[in-house]
Design a protein around this ligand. Sequence first.
Ligand code: ZN
Length: 455
Amino acid sequence: VAVFERVDRRRDELLKALLTYLAIPSVSATGEGIAQTAEHIAAFMRGAGFAVDLVDTAGSPVVVGTLRSARAERTLLIYGHYDVQPPGPASEWRSPPFAPIVRDGRVYARGAADNKGQHLANILGVASLRDVVGELPCNVTVVLEGEEEVGSTNLETFVGAHREALAADLVVMGDGPVRPSGEPCIGFGVRGLLCFELIAEHERGDLHSGNWGGVVANPLWELVALLATICDRDGTVTIEGFDDHARPPTELQRRAIERLGVDIDAVRQTLGAPRLLAADSEDFSTRLAFRPNLSLNGLHGGYTGPGIKTVLPNRAVAKCDVRLVPDQTCDDVFAKLESHVRAVAPDVRIVRAPGSMEPSQTPLNTPLAEPVRRALAAVHRAEPVILPMCGGSVPSYAFTRRLGCPTLVVPYANADQANHAPDENLEVERFFSGIKTAAAIVAFLGATAACKDGV
Ligand SMILES: [Zn+2]
């Protein structure tokens, strides 16, 4: 409670720290401002009492901050990413993406929610608690990478190479949105992500469709015919063995899914009434949590300009992503895609994009989830929603696989954060409640350790 009061008293100062951080661009896709941002947040954390290292990787540096405590038994690892998505056309923003501004109770800037605002809240929460209690009840390690928006290419290697220094009892990542209802939630797992391209191409240029159509194979038809063998209209992937390794939900997970109670009609209304593939609430949540999905992201080829052009195009490209569930792996799924393409359309090339993410899952009955649940309940005066799996992808697997450590996603951002889009924003109150949540997680995690020993 004392720490909550301290946060409330220092609101202006805390908000200013966020605005300063957001004013520095850090676009991993182009490299703009990456080094400068890493230096900035490292210096900020040093000022807050952390011991900080900037560790080089094959890509962007990783910022590692630690606050050790002599009386602590447990260690909390906080993950975040200081890189942001490219802002896109400035004209689509109401205010410039790197000139953060508070409007109607929200901070608008690229990175406000994804992810600077969320991990800064965690850092400030830890620092606020330390200011109040002197010595933290558990050790804290902060890991901030600068490549999440380009696939976290070097994170797993980094974590593997620093296993001892990063050893922790629990990993918490503040990323993604709270529930559309505004309720806080805890995500126990995330789906993986694998992107690939299919390319159908003939060496000759475009051909006359009257002189060559029906005689020379058409790359666009080849690609479309192949795609039709990959996924049906109901979203079921029809490649042999595709979901062989998809682990069915446990009894506990099924009950958590039932409790989510999604209002299907409201979803349809919100989205402007598209055809939903999910039959009911349970099917909706099960599909997002426990089924792999293959999305056709883009399909290009031939002529789509004004008027007509009777042409047999020489090139067609499809871009796709797969969301994987435990125990699928990117390598295995890609191998199955490759052999399917080889068998059905040997002339079509399949190219895997760099930067895939494996799926990750932490059991719902993990004891150390309890301090996190208590922290959210204390701040929001309401029980958090339990999500066995999140539909999106963050690199939790780097920690679950390399550290063997339970990893929870504890998002702070509003559901309409517009991450990756123009006018990205974070509700100011959610920034402050995030700071309080982080402080409470550290306090409760430390208290659990003390209880264990009967102190
Ligand atoms: Zn993002």
